[in-house]
Structure formats: C-alpha cells, structure tokens
Design a binder for this molecule. Structure first.
Ligand SMILES: Cc1ncc(C[n+]2csc(CCOP(=O)(O)OP(=O)(O)O)c2C)c(N)n1
Ligand SMILES: [Mg+2]
Length: 681
C-alpha cells in the first residue's frame, strides 16, 4: 500500500517521537517531552532544509546542526538514526556502518551505547558538539559560523566556492536564560553572521515549572536589539511555517536569524502534554501507549520503525545530500589542481593536523639577567608559530595588548564585521562565550586560541571543561598569572586557579619559568592534538636562564625536568614553576654555598610530567629524597603529589593584596629566602 506524501511525513515525525519516548522509558531516565515536541523541527531541518549528506558526515561543506538543549538528546539520536547517518573511521572517513544503530537507541544512557545521556561529540558521527550544559551549544554555533565566514573569506575564489554552509542551533528556555547565550548572541549580531540560525523552543516551561517563575523577557525585542533577524512560528507542528521561516533566514543577508517556535512539551501524551509530567522523567508505558494511539501508531510496539520511514529520509535528505556532496567534491577536485598550496592548507584543516614546518621559527632566547615577562616571550612564540600555521586564529576578551596575543605579522589582519578573513578575533568582554566560540572554531578544524587574564578563567571554565571532554586542541593564553599582577589587587590576582585548571582532566596547564621554557612549552602544547592547553604567563619579568649553565629547556617536553643537579644524592630538591623558578635558582645558590647538595626541578606542566613513566619521574624526583620544597605563587593543593608528606611549600594560602608586585611578594613571603629556610627546616 502506498502512502501519500503527507502521511509519510507525519509518520516520520511520529517515529522520531516514539523512538525517543521508548528509549527514555527503557532507560527509565531522561527527557521525553522535548523530543516529542520538537520532532517536526528536527525532521524538517534534516529531511527538507539542510545541506547534509548522511553518507559523508564529516564533509567540510555540510550544514551544521547543534542541539543546544542537550537534555533532548533522544531527538538527535532518533533523527540521525532514521537519517541513516554513517559511522566514520579513525581518520574521519565514512564507513558502511550506521553511526547510531537501533541497538544504541535501545541502550540509551547505558555504558557502551553511543547514545549517552547528553550528546557527546565523536561518540557518533552527526553529533557536532557536546552539549548538556545549557548555553554551551549556542555559543559553539557562533564559533562554527565564524569559522565558515573565515574559511569562505580565505579560501573561496571567484569561481570555486568551497564554503557556503549554514549553522543551525536548536535551543530552549534554559539556553536562552544563560549568560553565555546572550554574550554569544551579542557578538553574532555585531558580526552580522547571516549564516547562523537559532531555533528557540519557546515552550514556556523549565524544570521547576512555568517560565513565569523566573523568565519574562520579550525574546523578539531582545534579539532585535542584539541585531538579529527575528521570525516567529506559532506551532512547531506547522512544518510549512518552519520551512518559510528557514527561507526567511536564507533571504536575510546581514543578520543572524532567530526563529522563535512555540511548542507544546510532551505533544501527544494525553495526560502529560504541556505539563511537568513530560519533563525530566519518563512518561510511563501506559501514557506512551496512549500517545502512540494518538499518533496513529501501534500502541504495543516498542522501538517500532514503520516501513518507508528510513526510505523517506533516503529519498529526501539522502538524495539531496549526496547530490550536494558530489557537486562540492567536483569543486574541491578543481580547487586542488588550481590552488595546490591553499588546498594543502585545507587538507590540514580537514584532518586536524599541523602543516609541515609549523615549528621552524620557534625562537631561542639569549640568556639575560633582567629577562622578560613570559607574556612577552609568549607573544613572540605565538607569532612565530602562527605565521607558519595559516589556519591558526584567535583573540582576546578585550585584553590583547596585555595578553600579547595579537598576531602582528604581515597579513594577519582583523576579523571584523563583513571583513571575515582576518586572524585576530575580537571577542569583546565576553569570556564564557569566547571559550565556547573557540570550541566551535576548533570543531571546524581551525587551530584556535583565546586569551584573557588568568583570574577570569573562572568565567570560562565551563567551556574549557567541554574542550577537554571533546578532546579539542584549543590553546588558552592566560596572562597576569599570580599576585605578580600587583596593584590591581586580590580580585585580579589568581591564587587557586593553577590548581583549579590542573584539576580539569585532560587540560594541560603550562606555566613556563623563562622565555626558553615558553618556546619549549609551546612546542609541547602544539603537539597535543587531542587535548586543550593553557598557557599561564606572567606580567612581570623573570630572568632568561643561561642554558649553558642549566639544563636545556627541551626538558619541558616531559612536563618536569632537572634544571640543575648536584653531585651524588641531593640533600634537598627545590621545585617551582613560572616566575618562582628563579627563586629556586637563587635559593639553590645560597644553599650550595652553605655546603648543601641541591637539585632544582623545573615543573612547567604537572599534567605532562604525570604522563611520564614511573622510571622518568623517579629519576627526576628520586623516592629516597623526601626533603623537597616547592614554591609557586598559588595555593599548595596541586603540589602535594610532588612534594610528598615530608615536603614543604612556599606559596599562597589566601587571597592576595593590592600593591607593587615586588612588595606583594615580600608581604606574602614568597621568595628565595623562604625557600632556603624551608629547605633547612
Ligand atoms: C547550565 C545548566 N544548568 C542546569 C541544567 C539542568 N537542566 C537540564 S534541562 C533544564 C531546564 C529545562 O528547561 P528548558 O531549557 O526550557 O528545556 P525544556 O524542558 O523546555 O526542553 C535544566 C535546568 C543544565 N543542563 N545546564
Ligand atoms: Mg522550556
């Protein structure tokens, strides 16, 4: 029996709904109501609007879909399954297996299923970013849209268009309430990102109940004020209206678009529709049976995929996608012959690799007693690397002159409204969105970095954590790294931040102890292609050590290394990082003059040191030498592992103070004398 086209469309939408309900019920946890309500939106976007080839989920020219309301994860899983999105191999090439199988859906929220509670990037092709913390996804989408603009500006030619895609993000009340969403929307509006479309599920309900409890913004007015094009769809089930709204988005060429969609949570569940009952809990099998009846589907079948639904996706999305991909591939192959050098750069972008020779200009710094601030040497090294990595882009949250994060070489340029080719981004004072956007840039294959004062990582932490969860090799440039900030006082002086950043699994925190350590730490960090790294850099000068006297800074590759040794077993090991390393050196000189045998260990990256073999770690920190002193202008916590229970720590135990930096150091007793004293105690 053939089905009229409207029937099969309805059937496809309802199948997204029932798969989602069944999965949540089977897991006995999750949010069923939002996938039920938004099924028509996901269906319409994927099957009829987006330029997306399910057989080529990593195709660089594809439209991106971000599910910012990650709690509605089953909406994405059901849709990707029905769309027939293919799995990819380790190199990102499509295989003939499905990215998400029905088995995975049956095992929603179970260990081993790619269908995790919230969508996790790289678990299954088609999941463009990890979401769950509300607001994160929409911020990523802005980064993805900026990346498209940047790629188009730098690589499209008059006759060969490689990049011309759109970024869609589906978001909820919770997303919109989050500060990061407003920051991200503000910059997107300012930059006039007309390739960005957010669809806001205006369903008037959150966990605690009606949005009246805590949310009464006029979203249309707000977004118009932010420079967005705003369209309203009064019923999520009206797919024609959704399609018209998307057409309106396409037609708008100077603004991002917000489509406000009114929906009814738990749509179709007779007792729980539009109530709290369809929120963060399964519906119950009885209610599910009634909902299935209401949809006109068999009430007793679980995980039922009616005949024709998968074919329907293949006939629409599949066909449209493979034609678009074939067309793009033709352009790409012409491009490779016409512009081989540019094509080689793009191949690195697509593969997430660094170009040959990226490290050829990393500077070696001459020894110098006066030395330099590591933020300054950091700026030099960043520029030396970025010059040879044409797709390395980033910027600061309005502190580039302080962070020394500007790319200053010829042709670097600024990324500005309608001038999207530049490599210096200006995030404005929006740290959380900055870090979320930087994730979006990285997810597009660009080598991205962002910068601010170290203390403001408090505002970025959510996005930094997600970068690590997603294995994105983002770089954070974090200057003004301690009480060394000086006069700005305790609000601007990081104290617990080194330990706090070190505590994020997979984030490599580098705090180089002189200019050559900056070079070598950058070399190490750039090599970490599946982890983010943070560069914690000083405002104040520190000596550039004479490496003919001290061991080479290349030891930074192992995170910690012996900077200077003594003959035989040390009486004491002095350890430090950053601007306090030179205090270890000074203390070592004093102690040596007094006849002590002293070893100095430089520890620019504890995370990397922890990765080394036990043998190497024992070589640097022999277990028999328990007399150890560490110095760092931060709290003790992350040092305990390295100094052991007999160890001593010179550092901070509370907040800092306002004053000239040297006086602040003196006030808190963080200096070589304190190290020498602790060593003798
Ligand atoms: C940053 C953050 N805070 C809190 C939560 C927990 N949480 C999950 S869903 C939700 C609110 C749900 O309301 P809404 O965003 O409107 O989504 P809907 O239920 O309407 O789909 C909350 C508070 C979260 N996921 N992220
Ligand atoms: Mg809501």
């Amino acid at each position: 029996m053939s089905v009229a086209s409207t029937d099969i469309q309805k059937l496809a939408v309802d199948t997204i709904r029932t798969l989602s309900m069944d999965a949540v019920q089977t897991a006995n946890s999750g949010h069923p109501g939002t996938p039920m309500a938004l099924a028509p939106i996901a269906y319409q976007l994927f099957n009829h609007e987006m330029n997306y080839d399910p057989s080529q989920p990593h195709w660089p020219g594809r439209d991106r879909f971000v599910l910012s309301c990650g709690h509605a994860s089953m909406l994405l899983y059901s849709t990707l399954y029905l769309a027939g999105v293919k799995a990819v191999d380790d190199a990102g090439n499509p295989t003939d297996k499905l990215s998400i199988t029905l088995e995975d859906i049956k095992n929603f929220r179970q260990i081993g299923s790619v269908c995790a509670g919230h969508p996790e990037y790289a678990e299954a092709a088609g999941i463009e970013t990890t979401t769950g913390p509300l607001g994160a996804g929409v911020s990523n989408s802005v980064g993805m849209a900026m990346a498209e603009k940047w790629l188009a500006a730098n690589y499209n030619t008059d006759d060969l268009t490689l990049f011309d895609y759109n970024v869609y993000a589906l978001c909820s009340d919770g997303d919109m309430m989050e500060g990061i969403a407003c920051e991200a929307a503000s910059i997107a509006g300012h930059l006039q990102l007309d390739n960005l479309c957010w669809l806001y599920d205006d369903n008037n309900i959150t966990i605690e109940g009606d949005t009246d409890l805590a949310f009464s913004e006029d979203m249309a007015t707000k977004f118009k004020g932010l420079g967005w094009n705003v369209v309203t769809v009064t019923d999520a089930n009206d797919r024609e209206a959704v399609s018209k709204a998307v057409a309106n988005f396409h037609a708008c060429t100077d603004k991002p678009t917000l489509i406000i969609v009114k929906s009814i949570i738990g749509y179709g569940a007779p007792h729980k529709q539009n109530t709290h009952g369809a929120h963060g809990a399964p519906l119950g099998w009885d209610e599910i049976a009634l909902a299935k009846e209401a949809y006109g589907l068999p009430a007793d079948k679980k995980f039922y995929v009616p005949d024709g639904v998968i074919e329907h996706f293949a006939d629409n999305l599949g066909k449209r996608g493979s034609e678009a991909f074939a067309k793009w591939s033709e352009v790409w192959s012409k491009y490779q012959s016409a512009h081989p050098a540019k094509a080689a750069e793009l191949k690195s972008v697509f593969a997430g690799e660094l170009p040959q020779g990226w490290d050829q200009d990393i500077p070696v710094f001459d020894a110098c007693e006066k030395g330099d601030a590591t933020r300054n040497s950091g700026g030099k090294v960043l520029n030396a690397i970025a010059k040879n990595v044409p797709f390395m882009i980033g910027g600061s949250a309005d502190l580039a002159p302080s962070n020394k994060s500007d790319l200053k070489f010829d042709g670097a340029g600024d990324f500005l409204t309608n001038h999207y080719g530049g490599r210096n981004l200006h995030f404005g004072i929006r740290e959380h969105a900055m870090a979320g956007i930087t994730n979006g840039l990285s997810l597009t294959g660009l080598k991205s970095y962002c910068a601010t004062f170290f203390v403001f990582t408090d505002y970025m932490r959510g996005a930094m954590r997600l970068a690590s969860i997603m294995h994105q090799p983002v770089i954070y440039i974090l200057t003004h790294d301690s009480i060394g900030v000086g006069e700005d006082g305790p609000t601007h002086q990081p104290v617990e931040h080194l330990t706090a950043c070190r505590s994020i699994p997979g984030l490599y925190v580098f705090r180089p102890g002189d200019a050559n350590e900056v070079s070598e730490c950058y070399r190490a960090a750039m090599g970490l292609t599946t982890h983010p790294s943070a560069f914690v850099l000083s405002r104040q000068n520190m000596p550039t050590l004479d490496r003919t006297k001290y061991n080479a800074a290349s030891g930074c590759a192992k995170g910690g290394y012996v900077l200077q040794d003594c003959d035989g077993t040390p009486d004491v090991i002095l350890m430090g990082s950053g601007s306090e390393l030179c205090m270890c050196v000074e203390a070592a000189d004093t102690l040596t003059a007094e006849g002590k045998k002293v070893r100095i260990v430089s520890m620019p990256c504890m995370d990397l040191f922890a990765d080394q073999s036990q043998a190497y770690r024992d070589e640097v920190l022999p277990p028999s030498v328990t007399n150890r002193v560490a110095i760092e202008a931060g709290i003790r916590m992350s040092w305990d592992r390295w100094i052991g229970s007999n160890g001593k720590f010179v550092g901070m135990s509370g907040f800092g103070a306002s004053g000239p930096f040297d006086q602040v150091y003196a006030h808190f007793g963080i200096n070589a004398e304190a190290v020498a004293k602790a060593a003798k105690a």
